[in-house]
Design a protein around this ligand. Structure first.
Ligand SMILES: O=C[C@H](O)COP(=O)(O)O
Length: 214
């Protein structure tokens, strides 16, 4: 299982989380990555933790004020990027463009979607992975794997029907090792989570719990 920790714009210490994630990954052998604010990518990557961007724009270099370049986040140390997160929705053409921009910069891609139908659609764009997240469960304390297990199994089927090579992650409300094991049993090969670590009093303990059943 891959554990991708999105720090969103939470007021946590990205270096504290990154250092804990690096150590827990090393100790457990579980792949863990941290996705900080773009401005923090460089110093998070310097900790040695696998580092992802939260978003990249479809454009390359040029007259694009305010854009987040795939090339720039890769240069800063990111090795992957989220695209079309529920809190950073894009038009279909821009999702396609962002996947292509990320691939040009050698970034691994994870395209987020609300439901299995959207998972099927974005799987056709050729990302490395997709993540299904029901918006109403994001930031809550009930895991998608418990509240709506069918959405995970249907997302796995939807992606496989389009492209067997696309990994399927799930997210929303995941905070415990039991949640991770349940997601794995439903066919997910990774989880995307945020508040369970970024808002935890002890991020290291939260990460240790997440990997405890793997
Ligand atoms: O990117 C992470 C997801 O939106 C899940 O957020 P959450 O773990 O706070 O529910």
């Amino acid at each position: 299982m891959f554990i991708l920790v999105n720090l969103k714009a939470y007021p946590c210490d990205p270096i504290e989380v990154a250092t804990a994630a690096r150590d827990v990954a090393e100790e457990s052998g579980v792949r863990i990555a941290v996705s900080p604010q773009a401005a923090d990518i460089s110093r998070v990557a310097d900790t040695g933790v696998e580092t992802w961007a939260q978003h990249v724009d479809p454009n390359g270099h040029g007259s694009h004020t305010g854009s987040t370049l795939a090339e720039a986040v890769a240069e800063a140390g990111a090795v992957g990027t989220l695209i079309n997160h529920s809190e950073k929705r894009l038009k279909l053409a821009d999702i396609d463009g962002s996947v292509q921009a990320a691939e040009r910069a050698d970034l691994e891609t994870c395209v987020c979607a609300n439901n299995p139908a959207q998972i099927g659609a974005v799987s056709a764009l050729g990302p490395d992975s997709v993540a299904v997240e029901p918006p109403e469960l994001i930031g809550g304390d009930v895991s998608v794997a418990t509240a709506d297990p069918g959405i995970v199994t249907d997302a796995v089927d939807a992606a496989a029907n389009v492209d067997d090579d696309v990994d399927v992650y799930c997210g929303a409300g995941i905070s415990t090792g039991d949640d991770v094991v349940t997601a794995e049993e439903l066919g997910a090969s990774g989880i995307l989570l945020a508040s369970g670590v970024a808002k935890a009093d002890d991020p290291r303990a939260a990460l240790e719990d997440l990997v405890s059943g793997l």
